[in-house]
Write a new protein. Structure first.
Ligand code: 5GP
Length: 171
């Protein structure tokens, strides 16, 4: 396993994203929408770097099944989420094909939020298929499958403090 982003690099970026969001959403009481399960570590850190009142909510999406290759079909559970009349920010751990984000953006736009933006910690630019804008971006990374900082491989490795590239020996 090879470390791609260290704990310190991630912490620094999360601080800067938190500062940007705090400035842009002052007086707007935004709701951060985390995409389970990969977002939990990022969201927990990000919300503690946001210095203005805000709330959080969750959706659950999956397109990967148990493996490392996207199935191409996004499944989701919205629970009883309602962003009508709110300033909403989707918080994604990683954007690969962009299919999940495209799907979520459509679903949330139909609820008529006051505004809808996207904050993603990791973006794989080579695989970016859906025409979705990422308003707050952490890192561009190569197309390799990564784990750690909330991201799993078959439910393993979410607890790593850094982001790493896996290879077959890690299975
Ligand atoms: P997309 O719909 O953009 O292809 O995929 C988004 C979702 O796929 C992410 O929220 C994440 O759950 C999963 N995913 C995409 N790339 C990776 C990766 O490199 N590692 C892990 N662990 N999950 C990924």
């Amino acid at each position: 396993m090879k470390i791609l982003l260290t704990e310190e690099q991630i912490a620094e970026k999360v601080r800067s994203l938190g500062a940007q969001l705090s400035g842009d959403y002052r007086g707007k009481n935004p709701v951060l929408i985390g995409c389970l399960k990969g977002c939990v570590v990022f969201l927990a850190d990000l919300m503690r770097q946001i210095t203005i009142p805000h709330s959080i909510d969750f959706v659950r999406t999956s397109s990967y099944g148990k493996g490392r290759v996207s199935t191409g079909t996004v499944r989701s559970e919205m629970f009883d989420l309602n962003v009508r009349g709110r300033h909403a920010v989707i918080v994604e751990d990683i954007v690969d094909t962009g299919l999940t984000l495209g799907y979520l953006t459509d679903a949330l736009t139909r609820q008529e939020p006051l505004s809808l933006k996207v904050c993603a910690l990791l973006v794989k630019p080579e695989a970016y298929l859906a025409p979705v804008t990422i308003d707050y971006k952490g890192f561009d990374i190569p197309g390799d499958f990564v784990v750690g900082y909330g991201l799993d491989w078959g439910e393993r490795y979410r607890d790593l403090p850094h982001v790493a590239v896996v290879d077959e020996q890690d299975a």
